[in-house]
Design a binder for this molecule. Structure first.
Ligand code: 13P
Length: 253
C-alpha cells in the first residue's frame, strides 16, 4: 500500500512576522521548483503567523497547519482557538497532543481525543502525537505507552483520510539523540497493529505514521526509508529552509 510521505514542519513557538514570512516564502519557492514532488509538505507556524504564512505559500503545494485547537467551536475560553477558526484562516491540518502540550498543559489522551473529534468535524486533518519518555523507554514500556496513547487519543471513527500519527520519543525531541532505525521501525510497526485493532486493517494500512525527534538532513534517509515510516515531523530543522528541504530531498521526495 503506497502511502504518500508527509514532510511536516512544526515551528513551535518560533517566528516573528518578518522571519516567518521569509521562511514560508523560501519553502514555497523550493517546493515549486521541485515541480511534482513525491511527498506532501506541511508547515505549522504559531497561531500569530497563520494568515501571513498562508499568503506567503500561495501557489505552492504546501499545506498549512496549526499546533493545537480547542474542542469547542466558540465561546468563553479565553486564549483558546477553535478548529473552525483555524479552518477559516486556511488551515488544513492541526497538530494535537504534542508531548510539549501533554507536559506543559497536562493534556490527557481523553482531552486530545475530544480535540481530534472537534477538528475532524470542522474538516481539519489531525496529526496526533504519541511517544515515550526516557524513563518509560528504559523500563521497556515504549510499546505499551504508545499503544495506550493511540487507544486513548485517536477517535474511534478516525480514518486514514483525516488522521496522521506522529511517533516522537520525548527524549529525542530537540536533543540530537535518536532511537536506532530498528527501534523506530519496531514502534511504527507496533503502532500500525494497534491502529488495525482500533480502526480496521484498511485504515491502518493507509494511515501515515510520521517519525519525529531530532530529524536532520543527515539522518532523514535512514528513518524515512523504513517500511512503516511515512514522513517526518520536524522541529528545529524546519526553521531553516535549506535543512527542511534537504530532509525532504534526502527522503526521496
Ligand atoms: P526536533 O526536530 O527539534 O527534535 O523537534 C521534534 C518535534 O517535536 C516536532 O514536533
Amino acid at each position: 500500500m503506497a502511502r504518500k510521505k508527509l514532510i511536516a514542519g512544526n515551528w513551535k513557538m518560533n517566528g516573528l512576522l518578518a522571519d516567518g514570512v521569509e521562511l514560508a516564502k523560501g519553502v514555497a519557492a523550493e517546493v515549486k521548483a521541485m515541480g511534482k514532488p513525491e511527498c506532501e509538505f506541511l508547515v505549522c507556524p504559531p497561531f500569530t503567523l497563520l494568515t501571513s504564512v498562508k499568503k506567503a505559500l500561495r501557489g505552492a503545494k504546501v499545506a498549512l497547519g496549526a499546533q493545537d485547537a480547542h474542542f469547542n467551536t466558540k465561546g468563553a475560553h479565553t486564549g483558546d482557538i477553535s478548529p473552525e477558526m483555524l479552518k477559516d484562516v486556511g488551515c488544513q491540518y492541526v497538530i494535537l497532543g504534542h508531548s510539549e502540550r501533554r507536559a506543559d498543559h497536562g493534556e490527557s489522551n481523553e482531552l486530545i481525543n475530544k480535540k481530534a473529534v472537534a477538528a475532524h468535524q470542522a474538516g481539519l486533518k489531525t496529526v496526533i502525537c504519541i511517544g515515550e519518555t526516557l524513563e518509560e523507554r528504559d523500563s521497556g514500556k515504549t510499546i505499551d505507552v504508545c499503544s495506550k496513547q493511540i487507544m486513548g487519543s485517536v477517535p474511534d471513527d478516525s480514518t486514514a483520510a483525516d488522521t496522521v500519527i506522529a511517533y516522537e520519543p520525548v527524549w529525542a525531541i530537540g536533543t540530537g539523540k535518536t532511537p536506532t532505525a530498528n527501534d523506530v521501525e519496531e514502534v511504527h510497526a507496533a503502532v500500525r497493529k494497534v491502529l488495525a485493532k482500533k480502526l480496521g486493517k484498511g485504515n491502518a494500512n493507509k494511515m501515515r505514521i510520521l517519525y519525529g525527534g531530532s530529524v536532520k538532513p543527515g539522518n532523514a534517509k535512514e528513518f524515512l526509508s523504513l517500511p512503516d515510516v511515512d514522513g517526518a515531523l520536524i522541529g528545529g530543522a524546519s526553521l531553516k529552509v535549506a535543512d527542511f528541504m534537504a530532509i525532504a530531498k534526502n527522503s526521496g521526495c
